[in-house]
Design a protein around this ligand. Structure first.
Ligand code: GAP
Length: 489
């Protein structure tokens, strides 16, 4: 598997991702997306939106503001609880996340350990700063929200939102009424989120500015297990890593969603349903199922608002890591906002007033999804690098080439390019040897290349080349869209 540093330099070389402000040395945890990166990122977001909002009858969208009334974050618990443990080197003043340092040095999991326990581990194991080998300060908590001020009076403190979810809760009543929603229903959002991570690392995996794609799914609290849609996904088989397996130091186990519900491993059917939907979304984009698993949070690891949480994890070169989360937030957020805003959040269902219950919160970062999809697709073959991206998210779907850039071939190629570009993400390239052009497209994940040659001028056929098999065949230009459309879905 490609190392994360090699991947970062490949992404820069190919115009996917650049360190932000690189001409001045960059800024840790911030990245800019280049021409191919922005196409791929937009396609990931569009695909997620189609899948989780557009194609769903009872799920609607929202686009909340990045800065909102700071009371939102106080009431949600973020001002008090959205923290990570920080240690500082007593000599060079470098800051580290205490849990990450311990995990790196001792190769153990620190999930759920509090500040005191982390401190003890650092002292007992004499863990020192990797930079200058000096001792660390005591572990402290550090709030990850970026602070800013609003207007000319600097005491008007506000925060850049650390998640999109709270804007959904704060707007719940407006959206529910305006859209004439009925439980069970969902509200989704894609937008920027900011976290002042102590030590961003692993390229796009942990960044300070990212885009969140979140869905809050509301149900009637008296119908927690009334989930008629479970049968749509219950046959999905996936590796599952329960609390019990982790506590007993067992390995994860392949189970069907049906089995997970039946055995009580997933206690809430709606959460099980959305766990499956999140995995199915990744699988539909071609992710290797062997590198995907569902891991349940340990009790001591749960966020302050969560009753039960499942993460979708991917096996990176740096270990199994969360690529999406799905918390059962219960009634925590709506109850909090009702209490402190004095605005009613309950709704009518079956002629009874109920406080909606968030059984499920599928939540992921676009950058982390982007990284996972690229890592999984990156393939080093004997003679070439090929990015086996799903055509659904490849930044270019078809590249059109005239075999040579002379006589009538460029004009015919341009006509074909115009024809295809109305339907697909299409790119035109007339320079360099044909072999080089194929290789260049392989490296950026273009599923098909269409080459126009002298035979085209005689019989109106072109060569289509398949990225993965490198097989080539001829097709009539009039048939191109019909032939390529189902392959690019
Ligand atoms: N509203 C719930 C929530 O925010 P989370 O587990 O903190 O839950 C959910 O985040 C997802 O957001 C993660 O699975 C990850 O995909 C993404 N994410 C969180 N922090 C991130 C960061 N610093 N960099 C990139 N992605 C991040």
């Amino acid at each position: 598997m490609i190392s994360i540093d090699e991947l970062a330099s490949y992404c820069k070389r190919r115009g996917f991702v650049y360190p932000s402000g690189e001409i001045y040395g960059g800024l840790s945890g911030f990245y800019d997306f280049g021409p191919l990166g922005v196409e791929m990122k937009n396609r990931i977001k569009q695909n997620w939106w189609n899948e989780f909002v557009k194609n769903e009858e009872n799920i609607v969208g929202l686009d909340g503001s990045i800065i909102t009334n700071p009371k939102v974050w106080e009431v949600s618990g973020h001002t008090e609880n959205f923290t990570d443990p920080i240690i500082t080197c007593t000599k060079c003043n470098k800051e580290y996340r205490a849990d990450h340092v311990i995990e790196d040095v001792l190769k153990i999991s620190t999930d759920g350990l509090d500040v005191k326990a982390l401190n003890k581990l650092i002292r007992e194991n004499k863990i020192k700063c990797s930079n200058c080998k000096k001792e660390f300060s005591n572990t402290k908590v550090f709030n990850l929200m970026f602070e800013t001020s609003v207007g000319a009076e600097s005491e008007n403190k506000a925060y850049l939102r650390p998640e999109t979810a709270q804007l959904i809760f704060a707007n719940f009543k407006n959206v529910y009424e305006n859209s004439r929603l009925k439980l069970p229903c969902g509200i989704a959002q894609i937008g920027k989120a900011y976290r002042n991570e102590i030590r961003p690392r692993n390229f796009l995996f942990r960044v300070r500015e990212f885009e969140h794609m979140e869905l809050e799914f509301f149900i009637n609290p008296n119908k927690k297990n009334d989930c008629p849609r479970l049968q749509e996904v219950e046959d999905l088989e996936i590796s599952v890593y329960t609390q019990e397996m982790q506590e007993k130091k067992l390995k994860h186990k392949k189970m069907s969603i049906k089995e997970c519900v039946k055995k009580g491993v997933m206690k809430n059917k709606w959460q099980a349903y959305w766990n499956a939907r999140m995995c199915k979304w990744y699988l539909s984009l071609g992710i290797n199922p062997k590198k995907l698993r569902l891991r349940q949070h340990l009790k001591k690891e749960l966020s302050h608002y969560a009753e039960d949480t499942w993460d979708v994890e991917y096996q990176f070169s740096f270990g199994w890591k969360e690529i999406a989360g799905n918390a059962n937030r219960g009634q925590f957020d709506l109850k909090q906002h009702e209490q402190f805003s004095k605005k009613k959040m309950s709704v009518m269902d079956d002629d009874k007033k109920v406080m909606p219950y968030v059984a499920s919160e599928p939540s992921l970062g676009v950058e982390r999804a982007f990284l996972t999809l690229i890592v999984d697709a990156y393939t080093q073959e004997k003679e070439r690098i090929v990015l086996k991206l799903s055509p659904k998210i490849a930044p270019v779907q078809i590249a059109v080439f005239p075999l040579v850039n002379k006589e009538e071939l460029p004009e015919k190629s341009r006509q074909i390019f115009e024809l295809l570009k109305n339907e697909f993400q299409t790119f035109y390239d007339a320079s360099g040897s044909i072999g080089r052009r194929y290789r260049r497209q392989d490296e950026i994940g273009t599923p098909y290349c269409v080459t126009i040659d002298y035979e085209t001028m005689e019989d109106n056929t072109v060569t289509i080349r398949d990225r993965d098999s490198m097989k080539q065949w001829r097709e009539n230009v009039n048939e191109l869209i019909t032939v390529l459309k189902p392959r690019l879905k």
